[in-house]
Write a protein that binds this ligand. Sequence first.
Ligand SMILES: NC(=O)c1ccc[n+]([C@@H]2O[C@H](COP(=O)([O-])OP(=O)(O)OC[C@H]3O[C@@H](n4cnc5c(N)ncnc54)[C@H](O)[C@@H]3O)[C@@H](O)[C@H]2O)c1
Length: 353
Amino acid sequence: MSQALRVAVVPGDGIGKEVTAEAVRALEAVCAASACALRLTHFEWGADHFLKTGITLPEGALPMLQDGFDAILLGAMGDPRVPDNRHAADILLGLRFRLDLYVNYRPVRLFHEKLCPLKGVGPKDVDFVVFRENTEGLYVMMGGNFKKDTPDEVATDTDLNTRKGVERIIRHAFEHAKAHGRTKVVMADKSNVLIHAHDLWQRVFKVVAAEYPGIEAIHLLADNLVLQMVREPAQFQVIVTSNMFGDLATDLAAGLQGGLGMAASGNIHPGRLSLFEPVHGSAPRFAGKNVANPMGAILSAGLLLEHLGRREEAGRIEAAVRWAVEQDRTTSDIGGTLGTREVGAAIAERLKT
Ligand SMILES: NC(=O)c1ccc[n+]([C@@H]2O[C@H](COP(=O)([O-])OP(=O)(O)OC[C@H]3O[C@@H](n4cnc5c(N)ncnc54)[C@H](O)[C@@H]3O)[C@@H](O)[C@H]2O)c1
């Protein structure tokens, strides 16, 4: 038996709790079927805990996670009872920023033609990866209000881009392309109007691309990127972009895969503790109703295993989800009739065989 994989499980809020339960079931099933020991520790951080205790991310949580765990599996954060979602910012953005998880990794694969809203588009046309910068850009919460709540109010948010931050995400995209036999990297920005911050992206992209002569480096403006993703998704292999444009482009990409319920992600610092979560939020309207699609969460557990070097188990999770889609063992968002738990159970059974 190899050393146990130590996974911190943070189900969070709303449907996060339900989909994480199924992701855990899949992890346990795939690990039980191979010689892969697993040690799961649950943390109840989220809105309920915050409303009860006033605590978002407890003091000492970061070193505790860094010292005691190999990876974090998260559900979703967000609850209407916390109108400013302060707990979500502290927990999720806190982990992303303070663990310096600068790579937002979003594989985009279509498992079956019936899931794609585009006419005549099948699995061979939708198979790319988006790398979204995850620690900078417009999401650093630098800014302020002046004359708040008056007719003269001014509000600002700063788009923060550092050379180090831009270079490391672009380099990561090229390294991924090189390691996976991909021949094209597309970088998307708005350098035509963001003439300082995105000019930096342009310059760094050219410098880094020159180190990878076998890989074609293509620049697209971010508005054109989203148009092209709909018009001809097959042209993409690897996309790299900023925090905000990546946020938007990956939801569009989820649409190509069958919707938010199908999309998985990794928040990664290569070689260090990283966090895996479905792309969707806590969908409060669906919470507790056994209707949320657990596949994005289950696929995120697969990315976690891939990150920890368990490629075979990761591949088995993806194959089991693909099988469930083919067999229509799915929730209603992608045309099925099953509940969250029933989809999770079918996938776990498949993983045991
Ligand atoms: N990473 C995160 O934790 C994260 C990400 C996005 C939003 N949020 C938070 O989640 C809350 C709700 O946000 P929202 O409504 O904009 O986004 P959302 O992703 O929670 O839901 C948007 C819609 O997508 C569909 N959907 C999402 N996940 C699904 C699933 N697993 N199965 C089936 N359908 C699914 C539903 O129709 C839902 O109404 C907010 O508080 C927001 O801040 C959190």
